[in-house]
Every structure is written in C-alpha cells, then in structure tokens.
Write a new protein. Structure first.
Length: 229
C-alpha cells in the first residue's frame, strides 16, 4: 500500500493513528502516544476537498471536468505531508545524545540543509537552505537529527524569521550547548511568482545564542564555516 492509499483508506482510525501516518510520510518525529490531540477537531477529508473545489471554481474552472476531478484529493494529501510539522515536536529528535566524543570541544556545523516551508501570508512555498551549528558542552547529537529538526519546523505556515529562531531555540533548550547558530537562506515564492516579481531574490536570516552571539572569534569561525570561506 502506497502513501496515498494509506491516507485515502479508512479515515475512521484514532487521531493518534492518523498523526502517525502523516509523520511517517513527512519524515518527521512520530507523536507520543499520550500527546494531546489538537483542542479543536480538524475539518474532515471531505470538508477539505470541498474547500479545494470551491477554490477551483473561484479560479474560473470546473472541478468536475476529467483533469480536475481527482485534484481535491491530491491537494489534501499533499497538504498533509507539507504541513506535517504541526503533528510533531522536533525536540524529540534530540533526545538521544552521545557523550563519548574523545574530548571534542569545537564547533559542530551542518551546512546546506535543504527545506521547503510555506509563507503564512500567501501560503506559497519558501524554498531554501539552512546552516546549523553548535558548540557542544559535553555531548553531541547524531548529525541527521539536525536536518530532521529543520525539516520538522519547516513543514508549517510561518515567516522565515520565526523558523530560524525556533530551530536555534530548540537545539539550545534540549542539548544545552555553549552556543547555537542558525543561518537560513531562502527564496520566497510570494515575491518571485507574484507581487514584486523578483526571481532569484534571497532572504537571509540568522539567530545566534550563547558564545556564538557573545564571543566575536567564535561567531566569526561559525560564519566562516557556514559560508565556506
């Protein structure tokens, strides 16, 4: 059974089961079995598809014609994947750490973590790269987990500035390193596809915590590693 079949099948399962399916598809952390469901029950599959049909009609097309007949279902399935970040807590990725680091006490930096997020103002894609680094105190985390944290926060409606700060704060609060640095570069479709129409324009944001903010030499080293210079 493929992902679409799994989601289009029996939708009468528990809320936890549905949230687990969405997390597996998105590659984000599985929700805890005892984690609370959203306070308000979300719209049903049928209601979401009806909303897409309304938008198709508003755009001037016929949702019942052959090429669009299955589009509402496809859109809803893609939204489940693209916005799966709401179903998880990225902090879960950082719970397992390693203390046998052979005395390593220098920066750990992962560059060019590609992500797709969505602008909360126009619901259009934000496509870019995140660079994440931290100065460990006495433990490190598996490197793939840094990419998963970025991915977990990216799959939401938001502005880039908030996503940048959320990633850095998450790493700082869970790992409690001496410092954290996050730099994000992204192209916003809301200004490259519409409005000002500026293809290729990039927005850069950064959030530095601890010694990466307060110590000039450490900050310079982090930025040099990020930019590869």
């Amino acid at each position: 059974m493929d992902d679409d079949q799994a989601l289009d099948g029996d939708m009468s399962g528990s809320d936890y089961d549905l949230r687990s399916i969405r997390a597996r598809i998105a590659g984000t952390p599985l929700p805890s079995a005892d984690s609370p469901a959203p306070a308000e029950h979300p719209p049903s599959q049928a209601e979401a598809e009806a909303a897409v049909r309304t938008l198709i009609r508003w755009a001037g097309d016929d949702p019942e014609r052959e090429g669009l007949r299955d589009t509402p279902g496809r859109v809803v399935r893609s939204y489940r994947e693209l916005f799966a970040g709401y179903e998880v807590d990225p902090r879960d990725y950082l719970k397992r750490t390693f203390e046998e680091v052979g005395g390593y006490d220098e920066l750990v930096v992962m560059r060019d973590i590609r992500f797709v997020s969505f602008c909360e103002h126009h619901m259009l894609p934000i496509i870019g790269r995140a660079h994440v680094g931290y100065l460990p105190r006495n433990r490190v985390v598996g490197i793939s987990k840094l990419a998963r944290v970025v991915n977990g926060y990216a799959r939401r409606l938001q502005i880039q500035e908030k996503m940048t700060a959320d990633i850095a704060t998450c790493i700082q609060e869970v790992l409690q390193p001496l410092g954290v640095g996050v730099v994000v570069e992204a192209e916003h479709s809301c200004m490259t596809m519409r409005g000002v129409n500026s293809p290729g324009a990039l927005l850069s944001t950064s959030h530095l915590i601890g010694v990466l903010r307060d110590d000039a030499r450490t900050r310079e080293e982090f930025l040099r590693l990020v930019w590869g210079k």
